[in-house]
Write a protein that binds this ligand. Sequence first.
Ligand code: UDP
Length: 192
Amino acid sequence: IQTKQVFGLPFVDATPSQWYTHIKTILHERGKAFLVTANPELVLRALREPSYDAILRRATFITPDGIGVTAASKRMGAPLTATLPGIETARELLRTADALEKRVFLLGGRPEVMKSLIRQLSIRFPNIHFVGTFHGFGKTEEATQAITEADADLVLVALGAPKQEEWIASVYDHVDHGIFIGVGGAFDVWSG
Ligand code: UDP
């Protein structure tokens, strides 16, 4: 998949269909990836905070999340092909995980949101094995311990930026496979 430097970060430069095909193949092949879906707030944080910038540089892929990033890329003379919204990427990955009966780990959101999220996702994606479900207001140590034993194929983390990327970066080297993606407020959307 092609990338292009925007704001000094290597952004995925692809059509949605090229991107989904690429990422679904990684899930299919039991590969490993750290996805950052970068909205303008996240890009600004990276420009301001060297420690956050360093975490983003550990990502396997950074995708332009929101029209703000692609519009800015045009103005900067390095136009990105398309906006690749994180919530769409996460949904495509869940669809594929369902089709392939994959193992999915969820972390984040309020406790009551996590309860209804599990209910909703179990109905929509009946073939997914949920191998870890942690709301985002407990001790993250529990989730950290669990992820190393969960053998998860897909890990969705909804702690908001920068927490979600920090958590992923802290566990990523301790697992041998899985697609890790920070999904911001997606759990709130899907649980309703
Ligand atoms: N969240 C969480 N733990 C925290 C802080 C936030 O689980 O300590 C969750 C929150 O419930 C929400 C999600 O993180 O579902 C995203 O939060 P927000 O919308 O503030 O982040 P953004 O989408 O703007 O990155």
